[in-house]
Design a protein around this ligand. Sequence first.
Ligand code: ATP
Length: 258
Amino acid sequence: MFKIPETHPRYKSLIKREKLVAGIEAGITSKQGLIAHGRGEAFDYLIGERTLDSAWRATEVAAALLLAAKRPVISVNGNVAALAVNEIIELSELTNAPLEVNIFYRTEERAMKIKELLERQGARNVLGDGADATIPGIAHARARADREGIYRADVVLAPLEDGDRCEALIKMGKKVITIDLNPLSRTSEHATVSIVDDVERAIRNLISVVKEKKRGKDKGRTDLADLVENCNNKENLKDVIAEIASRLKSEGTRLKDF
Ligand code: ATP
């Protein structure tokens, strides 16, 4: 990996790029994944590369959904594997949710490499190499799902999802949690709850909220139901956009004052 000085003002962002390039070299991430990341990065810049209040609220709901689920599953693609492999494994352990490799530009070789990476890093329950079921209504490779995983899950955490599959999973009656830096994407719009944040930050936050909720177990039960009941994804997305707009306005004022 290229050595980036920690003092560089864009250190964290540059490290993410390096991780993705390493992911491509290892056959885990697709080249198109770089372009998708670029779109995400642009939104992260607008957000200010931090977790918005609205994203924290969505994280609370997402944690409640995962803890209340009977058959939660976490979907993993090539970007997630490159950027947040250890975090996704920790979350899988904490929530008893198997990881399922599910990639848009699918080759069996790449799916296997992601599975092997997850297992090498300590994941104990990884599905998706023998995806044997089909999600109705999708024309591309992401329609393939594991019968024991995403296909029969009640709650799916699908970071960096595509809009089509998100919609199709919702049509199957599942609750879908997404992590997507673009509040305007079809994925964000269709999800049960969308966390508009960088995938690494979002999963770290989810881990800490899940841990908190697990510690306060008894009180947690009602809280979980309330949180899920009162969640309005579209309202929360409006809040995200308002937060971004307000930040842009103050940046504009700052420049004007120069
Ligand atoms: P949709 O089909 O939902 O309208 P899209 O076609 O823009 O979305 P894709 O190209 O399938 O989306 O996936 C890329 C999505 O992932 C983008 O919306 C982008 O904002 C988001 N994304 C990319 N990198 C990250 C990241 N590190 N963290 C969170 N989201 C990211």
